[in-house]
Design a protein around this ligand. Structure first.
Ligand code: SAM
Ligand code: ZN
Length: 171
């Protein structure tokens, strides 16, 4: 099959992933791969790294995180946008095994060759959203409606999505 996407330098940040061909809406483009870590393992390994403003972690579910620093594929280079053209969907394992849940990046609209793929990282830190943290996690997606930061405010207490502790992670 013709290669549909490839990684190269991005105007948003570092490396990004770009469409090589016309891609219709609703296409499953790539799986986000990485080493499976428990939340506790990720927090120990990346304690206090929210100050770096950089993460290859993706929250898989309430128990597990994918760490694309090892065993990652090119999906780890996909940048965040406040107005994304793709979305990361969690596909839950049919037998209910959370270790086997998968993250698949899918196009939200038709993409033209040369367009950079983006999705909304949805990073929520446990710490208070200070101006300092917002600056560390400044967003350069270039969208007119850019919020200026990769971070999202904490959800209401009843929300199900996990909140990152020491380590920042997407998803
Ligand atoms: C999974 S990496 C994406 C690949 C990254 N461009 C690189 O070269 O390492 C995630 C990191 O990329 C950077 N990044 C992604 N989207 C960004 C954006 N919209 N604005 C600024 N930095 C961004 C942040 O440092 C983020 O933690
Ligand atoms: Zn933005």
């Amino acid at each position: 099959m013709t290669r549909r996407i490839a990684a190269r330098r991005s105007p948003i940040h570092g490396n990004g992933v770009f469409a090589l061909v016309d891609i219709p809406k609703g296409v499953e483009l790539i799986e986000y791969r990485g080493k499976l870590l428990t939340m506790a393992q990720a927090d120990r390994k990346y304690a206090n790294t929210s100050d770096s403003g950089h993460t290859f972690l993706f929250t898989l579910n309430e128990k597990y995180v994918l760490d694309a620093n090892s065993e990652g594929n090119i999906a780890r280079w996909i940048n965040h946008s406040c107005v994304p053209n793709c979305k990361a969907f969690i596909h839950e394992n049919e037998d209910g095994d959370p270790r086997k849940d998968r993250v698949i990046i899918e196009s939200l609209r038709a993409l033209k060759p040369g367009e950079e793929l983006t999705y909304d990282y949805g990073i929520v830190l446990e710490e208070r959203l200070t101006p300092r943290l917002k600056a560390i996690w400044a967003c350069r997606c270039g969208a007119r409606d850019c919020t200026g930061t990769l971070l999202k405010p904490k959800r209401a207490p009843r929300a199900k999505k996990p909140v990152a502790k020491a380590s920042a992670r997407k998803g």
